[in-house]
Design a protein around this ligand. Structure first.
Ligand SMILES: Cc1cc2nc3c(=O)[nH]c(=O)nc-3n(C[C@H](O)[C@H](O)[C@H](O)COP(=O)(O)OP(=O)(O)OC[C@H]3O[C@@H](n4cnc5c(N)ncnc54)[C@H](O)[C@@H]3O)c2cc1C
Length: 405
């Protein structure tokens, strides 16, 4: 990958062979691993850092998501971290000096039943109390904003209104990864691809390094950002994490003329859609129900997703499907992430972002870097500790995560 701005092409990050030891090793070069490494170097002056990636840089969920960013979550803890992330998104292109097509085009979440309406209005109220720009729109207001949406009253799932967050939107995921990688590399972070972490070096209950496909690497601190594979890695230490890995699919249409300039989501009919600048409609839905580590899913999910999209947007019936793909998402019992110290000194956990971790990328990275640098949870991470599954202090965002986003 080369830098886009100057005349002379040059790599955005350098190829490295691993050193024998680092201050911090991050496992996984998705958005979260890259952002953590960047903030460790940029905010905490910790530059002797390696990011180890079993495949190619940002080829996991970071390459496969549907790019939606928003912060209108119900629970205070979620509003805290996702709004922190959204504020960072708003300055990230300038901070990293790299275009990422951050587009605050607004996100609507449709309500189709009286229960939806009650829940949506409750969420708008909670958001407003947390200082988040969230509004309730009537059916007429929704129709004005999205004229191609079928808002007729006789539909099986009529649109009874929607929540609307104007500052939400989308960002170009591959550019985000390249920008973070470029910035981290410039600060001296080693980005090492084709380097699978297979286990941990230990001194009693302290983790002192990792075993990898490129040999052992020592580290004072190790941060796990391996998404669906985090539980596999933790199990090599006998640490059983409350995470399940599921396939999650998405699809794009052929290139079309601009017809949709905002993001529309519906939990009830189970689909969401945006149209990216080059013209593709990007559609996503819910997870495949079974556990799996294959980056592909089952056909019925795609079929239902397309039926749902056509029910909401009849003109999509004429669009052709271009391609589908899948990622592996790590889901916790309360549909909220884990950002935590672990029973092992020197081992830190950033996982469980499930269907919604892209939007958190800068916020998760900043909070996780701070947690690792100071060996205590960042204030926004306090509710997200592993311990909550023992104490029962869960952060129940199932409503917010019913549809992948
Ligand atoms: C189809 C789909 C649509 C989505 N849409 C959205 C959306 O619109 N908005 C949103 O907010 N979120 C969305 N998500 C979720 C989002 O993509 C993830 O939550 C987020 O990317 C997680 O980031 P990450 O860095 O933790 O994971 P990843 O990008 O998956 O990074 C983990 C990395 O760890 C590497 N790794 C694993 N095991 C090892 C090992 N043993 N050694 C070394 N490296 C290892 C992997 O190869 C991978 O590169 C979507 C996900 C999918 C699959």
């Amino acid at each position: 990958m080369t830098a886009p701005t100057d005349g002379e092409p040059r790599p955005l990050w350098r190829r490295r062979t691993p050193n024998a030891r680092y201050d911090v090793v991050i496992v996984g070069s998705g958005g979260h691993g890259l952002a953590t490494a960047y903030y460790l170097a940029a905010h905490h002056g910790i530059t002797n850092v390696a990011v180890l990636e079993r495949g190619w840089l940002a080829g996991g969920n970071m390459a496969r998501n549907t790019c939606i960013i928003r912060s209108n979550y119900l629970v205070d803890a979620s509003a805290g971290i996702y709004e922190h992330a959204l504020r960072l998104w708003e300055g990230l292109e300038d901070e990293l000096d790299y275009p990422m097509q951050v587009s605050q085009r607004g996100v609507l979440n449709l309500a189709h039943t009286t229960h939806d309406v009650r829940e949506s209005v409750r969420r708008v109220n909670a958001n407003q109390l947390n200082g988040i720009d969230s509004h309730w729109l009537t059916t007429d207001e929704v129709a004005k904003l999205v004229p191609i949406l079928d808002t007729s009253a006789e539909l099986r799932h009529p649109v009874l209104g929607a929540t609307y967050q104007p500052r939400a939107g989308i960002a170009r995921h591959d550019h985000v990864a390249w920008a973070l990688a470029h910035a981290a590399d410039r600060l001296g972070v080693h980005l090492i691809e084709d380097c699978e972490v297979t286990g941990f070096q230990r001194d009693g209950d302290r983790v002192i390094g990792v075993h990898t496909s490129q040999g052992p690497i020592g580290a004072d601190r190790v941060g796990l950002c391996a998404a669906g594979h985090t539980s596999v890695l933790a199990s090599t230490l006998g640490l059983r994490l409350p995470l399940q890995s599921h396939p999650l699919q998405a699809l794009v249409s052929e290139l079309l003329e601009p017809v949709l300039d905002t993001v529309v989501m519906s939990n009830t009919v189970h689909v969401y859609v945006s149209q990216v600048d080059k013209g593709e409609l990007v559609l996503g839905a819910g997870i495949d129900a079974y556990n799996g580590y294959g980056q592909r899913g089952s056909f019925p999910i795609i079929g239902n997703q397309i039926s749902a999209a056509v029910a909401l947007f009849p003109i999509f019936a004429r669009a052709h499907l271009l391609r589908t793909w899948g990622g592996i998402v790590d889901i916790s019992p309360d549909a909220s992430p884990i950002i935590s110290l672990t029973p092992f000194q020197g081992l830190y956990l950033n996982a469980g972002w499930g269907t919604g971790g892209f939007k958190a990328t800068p916020g998760a990275g900043a909070v996780f870097a701070d947690t690792i640098a100071h060996d205590r949870p960042h204030p926004l991470a306090v509710p997200y500790t592993l311990d909550r599954f023992r104490t029962g202090a869960l952060i129940d965002e199932h409503g917010a995560a019913a549809v992948a986003h």
